[in-house]
Design a protein around this ligand. Structure first.
Ligand code: ADP
Ligand code: ASP
Ligand code: MG
Length: 444
């Protein structure tokens, strides 16, 4: 059994859905296929939630109509049989009516989760029916029947495994099962989601739950590149990454992977392949526990970082000071990404600012606090990167870019620098030039 996940662009048009179909029938191994919503649909649903929040009924109607037309157009182009076409369009209308009923309720987190996960429901319904209509037999599974993820940060794989095995036993046996990414149920059995980009995470949770041979993540690029291709020219795909490297890159902003993608499969040693739907022959990236090459692999950037400087003369020679500070962050469930300290000050970064005001209020009881927003962490990643004989060149960035913090040696596999977000792209480009154009040999 293997798990294949197709992202928004891969399922984003009739032409692309045909490509996905060809990938699915290219071998006859048993598969669970996880699909995202069509590209742009989840964004549209996020806007719909805003319409609900502001009670904008005109925008709600417009938005739902657009959603219905988009999916009915796909049915018109994909399905040959006239009767089936109208049957499927009726089913889409039914789902849209369901959504309309939700929009009349008062905004809540629960409504938000229900609405924004509909894109996956709409797409998988159409795709599954289309495949069956052309003789590619498959069974559509409702992820809400088995993705019981009590804690998004720490999913209970055994629970998902039990539920999923039960669902599979009850269903007709099939070579292809289709299901929705992104959606899950929380500990109260309420619909929830795995955060934006979460279908990658669905795929690895299912992979771990079924002890799959591998998880394939099919997207619109030929694997994980050594730098962010949206901002830097001349990037190249990396053929092999370790779980650690992939986890660091995903956590520190490589958009191709949801930050938690690799965590469910690490202990089970299930490889994750990143593949290109538009070039299936391209090698892509294999993520596993094998280190093929040590040294510098890739650079990524994580935005929306807040730097907090905490300064107090009482810190001088005092012990237990850091513990007191960390306790405040712990009490407010806020995790810290980077830290640097001097004798009387500590600078640290967070990305979740939902409790920032309370944290500052608490710390201001005994220290002076300065907040700087709109920063980005640039991360240089590779097994043993700090021993790579080219890594020192990254410090040349100090000549050109105002660097706010540097974290070196916390782990052998990651060097991080903090810059103002307006300097992110120049920094990524500068580092690409310095570290990769001259990077002939890595440590083996
Ligand atoms: P999907 O919809 O298939 O989940 P995403 O848009 O989430 O796809 O991820 C793929 C995109 O990630 C690519 O098109 C690329 O622009 C972006 N990306 C950012 N950093 C990287 C990187 N280091 N390597 C490859 N792609 C990256
Ligand atoms: N459709 C969801 C999103 O856009 C999940 C995903 O695509 O992975 O965030
Ligand atoms: Mg994605």
């Amino acid at each position: 059994m293997k798990v294949l996940k197709f992202g928004g662009t891969s399922v984003g048009s009739v032409e692309n859905l045909q490509k996905v179909k060809n990938i699915l029938i290219s071998d006859d191994e048993q598969k669970i296929v996880v699909c995202s919503a069509m590209s742009g649909v989840t964004d549209q649903l996020v806007r719909l939630v805003e319409n609900i929040r502001f009670g904008d009924t005109e925008a709600i109607t417009r938005n739902l109509h657009r959603l219905e037309t988009k999916h009915c157009d796909v049915i018109d182009q994909l399905i040959e049989d006239k009767e089936l076409r109208s049957e499927l369009k009726d089913s889409i209308s039914f789902l849209i009516t369901e959504m309309f009923e939700l929009t009349s309720q008062k905004y809540s987190e629960a409504i938000n989760s229900k609405v924004i996960t509909y894109g996956e429901t709409l797409l998988t319904f159409i795709f599954s029916k289309f495949l069956n209509s052309i003789g590619v037999n498959n069974v559509l599974l409702d992820a809400k029947d088995f993705m019981f993820v009590d804690s998004v940060e720490n999913p209970n794989i055994d629970k998902v495994s039990k539920k999923l095995h039960k669902v599979l036993e009850a269903e007709i046996k099939s070579q292809i099962y289709i299901t929705q990414g992104f959606v899950c149920k929380d500990e109260n059995g309420e619909i929830n989601h795995l955060k934006r980009g979460g279908s990658d995470y669905t795929a690895t949770i299912i992979g771990a739950a079924l002890q799959a041979n591998e998880v394939q993540i099919w997207t619109d690029i030929d694997g994980l590149h050594n730098n962010d291709p949206r901002y830097v020219e001349e990037t190249h795909p990396i053929s092999h990454l370790t779980y650690n490297e992939a986890a660091e890159l995903a956590y520190f902003g490589a958009k191709i992977l949801h930050p938690q993608t690799v965590s469910p499969v690490v202990d089970k040693d299930i490889p994750v392949l990143l593949k290109n739907t538009f070039d299936p022959q391209a090698a892509g990236t294999i993520i596993s526990n094998r280190t093929y090459k040590k040294g510098l692999k890739a650079i990524s950037a994580k935005d929306d970082i807040t730097a907090i400087k905490i300064k107090s003369n009482r810190m001088l020679m005092a012990h237990g000071y850091l513990r007191r500070i960390f306790e405040v962050f712990d009490n407010f469930h806020t995790s810290i990404d980077m830290i640097t300290t001097s004798e009387i000050a500590i600078s640290l970064t967070i990305d979740d600012t939902s409790n920032l005001d309370e944290i500052v209020k608490e710390i201001e009881n005994y220290a002076e606090v300065t907040i700087e927003q709109n920063h980005s962490i640039i991360c240089i990643v590779g097994e043993s990167v700090i021993n790579d004989r080219n890594s020192y060149k990254l410090f040349e960035v100090l000549n050109y870019i105002p660097v706010r913090m540097i974290s070196y040696g916390g782990s052998n596999n990651n060097i991080s620098i903090l810059v103002d977000t307006k300097d992110k792209i120049p920094t990524l480009r500068f580092l690409n030039e310095k570290l990769f154009n001259t990077h002939h040999e890595a440590l083996v």
